[in-house]
Design a protein around this ligand. Structure first.
Ligand SMILES: [Fe+2]
Ligand SMILES: [Fe+2]
Length: 251
């Protein structure tokens, strides 16, 4: 047996459902509207003793530590673009002399885009981190989604050029986003959320690598990492972290 074969055997025996083909059904939400409605039925028909639906560690993904911390998700799960964007935003806020609550808010603001969901990302991101950050930081992350659509010239924020490219120059945000913007404007934490949008603007460079370790101390002081690891602490969002650890589970 050659080395590669030995490695493959070792790999597959250390994963669940050894010796069987493990099918991955895409999440229903990622299939809706894509013109691919038959996948679930077809895969159920292909099921056999030798072909099951994947549960647990996927060998195609790096294995997460038993008690994963925030930066483990950054390194082992997030898309490259989300990884860079969050670190660059946080670094820009830090270099501008912002205090730690702004830096941590920038570091986490689009976290759901990393490996969970893009749609409604401000709301998903806020919910994901809410058990571990201050109320103000979670609030700011929630509202940044809406604030990005509305200029505030007084503090130097204009409507992003990128949004004209993403959505077309004639795009108008829906009423619930306009309502969220009005609520945020009237709130005492408005500037916390607005600052996220300010450090967001300039942070899509792919020639600039920020080392996540730079934020270890700020995370330590502003993000309550559970001893059991994210996903295993019984918090109201633990299941969302587990979904990122095992994104291909059938159920
Ligand atoms: Fe965002
Ligand atoms: Fe962003």
């Amino acid at each position: 047996m050659d080395d590669k074969q030995a490695q493959r055997d070792e790999e597959s025996s250390s994963h669940p459902q050894a010796g069987r083909e493990r099918m991955i059904l895409p999440q229903p939400i990622s299939m809706l509207g894509t013109g691919n409605p038959g996948t679930e039925k077809t895969m159920l028909q292909r099921m056999s003793a030798q072909r099951v639906f994947m549960m647990g560690d996927n060998p195609a993904l790096p294995r997460m530590p038993r008690a994963p911390k925030l930066l483990d998700f950054f390194r082992l799960r997030f898309t490259e673009i989300a990884f860079r964007h969050l670190l660059q935003s946080a670094k820009t806020a830090l270099a501008a002399g912002q205090d730690e609550k702004i830096v941590i808010a920038c570091l986490l603001h689009d976290i759901s885009n990393g490996a969970l969901l893009r749609t409604e990302h401000g709301y998903w991101s806020a919910q994901l981190v809410a058990p571990y950050v201050s109320d103000e930081v979670a609030w700011a992350i929630r509202y940044h989604q809406a604030l990005r659509y509305f200029a505030d010239e007084a503090v130097g924020f204009k409507y992003p050029d990128a949004y004209d490219q993403f959505f077309g120059a004639d795009y108008q945000p829906p009423e619930y986003i306009q309502q969220a913007h009005r609520e945020a404007r009237a709130h005492r934490w408005y500037m916390t959320s607005r600052l996220i949008t300010i450090y967001d603007t300039y942070s899509f460079r792919d020639d600039w690598c920020v080392d996540p370790e730079e934020f270890t101390d700020i995370i330590g002081r502003n993000f309550r990492q559970p001893r059991e690891g994210l996903g295993f602490d019984g918090s109201p969002t633990a299941h969302m972290w587990r979904t990122m650890i095992w994104p291909n589970n059938f159920l």
